[in-house]
Design a protein around this ligand. Structure first.
Ligand SMILES: [Zn+2]
Length: 168
């Protein structure tokens, strides 16, 4: 093996390790190890419902939030309900924004909890990018979140790539 290929092969694992470490980091300094995840799962089981705010409390209403609920009596039949809810910043929002923009169920296991965290974080990032203006302009208006890397929703992005106006 030449010295240049040896140094290249030594660099790769470090890069990959850094990427893996970043991916597995739940919050600064807290890693997604089995011990940490089972401890967090026990917290959700004990609390039954955690409502987590994405921002500081506004003067009125509630910011975007993630709600995690433990559903079911026994551990074997239990599941986690994970929801991402839109900010409520006006009186009208309390009527029009009660439906979750993201809702999914997961097994009440460490793996299920981790999958819920990853999905909900992505849904929250989508929500922060806002809604597809093309879909909002339709009659009746449709509220679809912008797709990752697109200025429009996923459906409109694929539709435009096919040279079409809109998707049903
Ligand atoms: Zn759209």
């Amino acid at each position: 093996m030449s010295s240049s290929s040896a140094s290249a092969s030594m660099e790769m694992p470090a890069l990959i390790q850094a990427m893996v470490a970043e991916f597995l980091q739940l919050s600064p300094g807290v890693f997604a190890t089995p011990v940490v995840l089972s401890r967090m799962l026990a917290i959700v089981q004990e609390e039954k419902r955690l409502c987590m705010l994405s921002e500081d409390m506004p003067a009125f209403g509630l910011p975007h939030r993630i709600v995690v609920q433990w559903e079911g009596r026994s551990k074997s039949s239990a599941r986690l309900r994970v929801q991402v809810m839109e900010a409520l910043l006006t009186d009208e929002d309390y009527v029009t924004k009660q439906e979750a923009v993201f809702e999914k169920f997961y097994p009440a296991t460490s793996d299920g909890l981790l999958a819920g965290m990853v999905d909900a974080k992505e849904a929250l990032a989508n929500l922060k990018r806002g809604f597809c203006e093309q879909c909002l302009a339709q009659r009746p208006p449709q509220r679809k979140l912008k797709g990752k890397g697109f200025a429009v929703c996923n459906g409109c992005a694929v539709s435009a790539a096919f040279g079409c106006k809109r998707v049903y």
